[in-house]
Ligand binder design. Structure first.
Ligand SMILES: [Cu+2]
Length: 164
């Protein structure tokens, strides 16, 4: 084996290990870098963002997003038509095998309506992503004024050093 083959064999072995626990040919949703834009108290609607990664070997489809912290959660997309920014509700979100869909300001996002409690940086918000096949993937979203820096993973997401 040359070095490239060794690297690829190692990668294949690592991938096989990672996938061993999953069902055959299933999409696997990972919700990464989840954050909700902080807003003044009493605002009836907040926006949430994340990277939605399908690490599985088949497409998946998110059919709903739910949270006990809000009266309703929906998937939205912002588009600019003739210079006017509009939001529309998406009926669901399909993610190809191996693909990542980024929810980000100015594009696709989560619309979080009717907060049932104050949403602030002191406590992350738990959201539940419901897949078309019935599986649910829970994720914690931090509440912050700006997007977490790239590479700032889950290990740090619970800490907000400005939240005193
Ligand atoms: Cu929206």
């Amino acid at each position: 084996m040359n070095r490239l083959q060794q690297t690829m064999a190692l990668f294949a072995a690592t991938f096989a290990l990672g996938a061993a626990g999953a069902a055959a040919a299933a999409g696997t949703l990972a919700v990464e870098q989840g954050w909700i834009r902080a807003a003044p108290p009493g605002v009836p609607m907040l926006a949430g963002y994340a990277d939605l990664r399908n690490g599985g070997d088949a497409p998946l489809r998110i059919s709903a997003v739910e949270s006990a912290a809000f009266g309703s959660v929906s998937l939205h997309e912002t588009t600019v038509v003739d210079g006017v920014s509009r939001m529309r509700e998406l009926p669901g979100l399909a993610i190809d095998a191996g693909a990542t869909v980024r929810l980000a300001p100015g594009g696709k996002h989560l619309m979080l309506m009717e907060p049932r409690q104050p949403v602030d940086a002191r406590a992350p918000v738990r959201l539940s992503f419901v897949l078309e096949d019935g599986r649910r993937i829970d994720a914690e979203f931090v509440v912050t004024g700006q997007a977490p820096a790239a590479g700032d993973g889950h290990d740090h997401a619970g800490h907000d050093h400005h939240a005193h």
